[in-house]
Design a protein around this ligand. Sequence first.
Ligand code: AMP
Length: 249
Amino acid sequence: MKILVPVKRVVDYNVKPRVKADGSGVETQGVKMSMNPFDEIAVEEAVRLREKGAASEVVAVSIGVTDAQAILRTAMAMGADRAILVQTDLVLEPLAVAKLLKTIVDREEPGLVIMGKQAIDDDMNATGQILAARLNWPQGTFANTVTVGEGWVEVKREVDGGLEIVRLALPAVVTTDLRLNEPRYATMPNIMKARKKPLETIAADALGVDLAPRLETVSVVEPPARKAGVKVSSAAELVEKLRDEAKVI
Ligand code: AMP
């Protein structure tokens, strides 16, 4: 079975995002970019399934600018066998991303798509669900544990009340939650090996998909700065402040 892993290039999670001066979005120029953390978890899970013999090939795919090649190389250094870049300079919404991913799924015919539950830049938490709907495949979202059997995948899902177990017929889409696994670091020898693995580039324009945006960003603003705290000298003073100033008791 082949596993397809969509990976997105986002502002590195250690970087404090800055809003562009014109309020049109978050600054990405001159900012460290990395693989979306939930997608690292997806790559790790796919590679572990291949190592266990439940999958035969892991293919990473990214939709984005030419520089997204770097995260595809990282995915291959972590163990993906090959990679596909769907090249576009457009900033795409989940619907357009899902439509492009569907064309890759139709071409590659994976038995399983494992992807992040959410990209940390736009926090959409939508692409996996839209992709599953457009493929008419079952979906197991917020995966905490993934087990593959003969023609099925069992997903333990993180839901509000605890864990829910669903069994899906393959092919299926699974989205990863934080506790699914701890992704491995790419070692230097594996980074060197990844340079030789195949990376195919396809122009997004060539896939016959409507990429026009449906949403308009009105403005992006920084969250309000937090006010500095005060030190109180006694429990009585704390109670007084909570009652008279914060008015929470
Ligand atoms: P989102 O719906 O934007 O929060 O993203 C959910 C997941 O969809 C991500 O964790 C990725 O696995 C996948 N995804 C979103 N955008 C892209 C992209 N441009 N290229 C590849 N995968 C993507």
